[in-house]
Design a protein around this ligand. Structure first.
Ligand code: G3H
Length: 543
């Protein structure tokens, strides 16, 4: 066996004493309850043991840390959760879908306060369950709270706009947005809190009832929030579905009772689940899926800035972002210079644990990921590419040092496959039509980054590229935020649009009350409004 590189092996603590207090787990968290129909039900069946990619590198070998365990519910329990959500929605007559917007906002405000109270616990679990650095875990938590606050503000704005009557061609109408029904929310492991909540929260605020399936990795961190969900919303409005996705999710879809599927994950799973719904026209889908965002580096690019942005784009959270730059196209005239500068910057990245100062590279939570990345690198090497940086591709347990792979060509797996990890494929090009054609042929269409200084050349690229992807970043990495910006993609990258503004609209439908403008109808409307007998037909203004 090869001796591991001490840069990687020494990055792990030897004992618990090496972990700072704020990051130390207080023993494993064995979750034996789950939230359904307003109750925390006890589970005595099978469980999944959560083993961290973090562990102790002892004299007797590597000892991974057990973070805890969570229930592996089966189809019966999943269907019970669905029943609870269907009952709480009650064909749109339930307490939650008919509650005033102000009432729903009050529930969400109460939830947010309780959520903030468990921040430290959630942040700690983000570190241990998915290896996210402490700084990024805190950022993920805070960004989620900010997203909730911004969504509430947007909802108030939307409600104010809907609080007026419109008169057109002799018809008086009040147009508002109404819920869709039962929404099944499934988030990914890389942003298990944030991405799940960017669908769950707007879906909830719009009056839908929720089935919420946490991702396989990043599950326990939701446990501290369950009590807040239970106490802040009416029974059955938020229900959890724990278990293996393939055992509990298809069964839910087959019933035809899920009205909206919100999934941030793979296009393969999205496709299968969508097809498993028996009444496809009744299903709305909001998807954030695969992406292979490209960076295009033009001959006149500012090298320092481009390297800095490419490091952020390719390696933030070890490249495990749907928005990560997953392939870099570099003009041949500057390719060697760029590759050397990027490799140098990669070698300078700090490897460590989530609590390590200035850490950038942390262990990967998916046990099979290091092996998969090694396969991609071996494939590229066998077909003529090289790993340029000295430590590139070396691994110790879940810790994989980023590899700059060059020159990558179309016959290599790294050219098309979404590596979702710390491997940086670089393709040299002579004509800018080559990366454009790559994007045209790609199955993905989320974002692109272009690096250059000539405004004329950039302009000639912007126009074809905005019709291939949904965000063109100039001299900047690809990213989702700020969350007020629309986040979506073409082809296999997304369905529907998410943002503070868009998500509320994605999880609701426009509905109106209309009547002919006669004296009697005006009287009826005036009486309803002044006596506050309807929550929908109302001119009440939330300030
Ligand atoms: O994995 C996809 C995330 O939404 C990425 O968000 O680009 O703001 O880091 P971000």
């Amino acid at each position: 066996m090869n001796t591991p590189n001490p840069r990687l092996s020494d990055a792990f603590p030897k004992t618990e004493q090496d972990v700072p207090d704020y990051a130390r787990l207080n023993g494993p968290l064995h979750q034996d309850t789950y939230l359904v129909d307003g109750q925390m039900r006890t589970w005595a069946g099978a469980t999944h043991t959560v083993t961290s990619a973090l562990g102790y590198n002892t004299d007797d070998g590597f000892k991974p840390v057990e973070v805890g365990s969570y229930p592996l519910l089966g189809p019966t329990e999943a269907l019970e959760a669905l029943d609870a959500a269907v009952k709480a929605y009650d064909h749109g007559r339930g307490e939650w879908p008919t509650m005033s917007i102000a009432g729903r906002i009050a529930c969400m405000d109460a939830f947010t306060k309780k959520m903030i109270a468990v921040k430290d616990e959630v942040v700690k679990l983000l570190m241990w369950e998915i290896g996210k650095s402490h700084g990024d875990a805190v950022k993920e938590f805070d960004r989620t709270v900010e997203y909730i606050v911004a969504t509430i503000d947007e909802l108030k704005e939307m409600d104010r706009a809907g609080s007026r009557f419109t008169i057109e061609q002799g018809i008086i109408a009040q147009v508002r947005r109404a819920p869709l029904g039962v929404v099944l929310c499934m988030g990914p492991f890389n942003y298990p809190l944030n991405e799940t909540f960017t669908v769950l929260i707007p879906a909830l605020l719009m009056g839908n009832t929720i089935l919420f399936k946490p991702p396989k990795h990043g599950t326990l961190l939701h446990f501290p929030l369950l009590e807040a969900f239970r106490t802040c919303f009416p029974a059955g409005v938020v229900n959890t579905v724990y278990g293996r996705g393939n055992s509990v999710v298809p069964v839910l879809m087959h019933t035809g009772l899920v009205n909206c599927l919100a999934l941030i994950g793979s296009s393969r799973v999205a496709d299968e689940l969508k097809k498993s719904h028996p009444k496809s026209n009744r299903l709305r889908t909001i998807f954030g899926l695969d992406a292979k965002n490209a960076g295009i580096v033009l001959p006149d690019a500012d090298l320092d800035l481009t390297v800095k942005e490419c490091i952020l784009g390719t390696l933030s959270f070890n490249g495990q972002r749907c928005t990560a730059l997953k392939i870099l196209w570099v003009h041949r005239s500057i390719a060697d210079k760029f590759v050397q500068a990027l490799s140098k910057a990669v070698e300078e990245q700090q490897v460590g644990m989530p609590w390590t100062d200035k850490v950038s590279i942390t262990p990967l939570p998916e046990p099979n990921k290091p092996g998969y990345l090694a396969e991609l690198i071996a494939d590229a090497k066998q077909k003529g590419a090289m790993v340029i940086n000295t430590t590139g591709g070396q691994a110790f347990n879940g810790l994989v040092f980023p590899a700059v792979v060059y020159p990558v060509s179309s016959n290599m797996r790294l050219y098309d496959e979404e590596q979702f990890g710390p491997v940086i494929p670089i393709v040299p090009f002579d004509d800018v039509q080559e990366p454009i054609q790559y994007l045209i042929d790609s199955d993905h269409g989320q974002q692109v980054s272009i690096f250059g200084r000539d405004s004329h050349q950039l302009a000639t690229l912007i126009d074809p590229l905005v019709n291939q992807v949904c965000r063109v970043n100039i001299n900047a990495q690809c990213q989702r935020g700020p969350d007020v910006f629309p986040f979506t993609g073409r082809k296999d990258s997304a369905e529907g649009t998410l943002s503070v503004y868009d998500a509320l609209r994605s999880f609701s439908i426009r509905t109106l009350v209309a009547t002919k403008q006669t004296e009697d109808n005006k009287r009826i409307l005036n009486e309803i409004v002044s006596e506050h007998t309807s929550k929908f037909l109302s001119t009440h203004y939330i300030l």
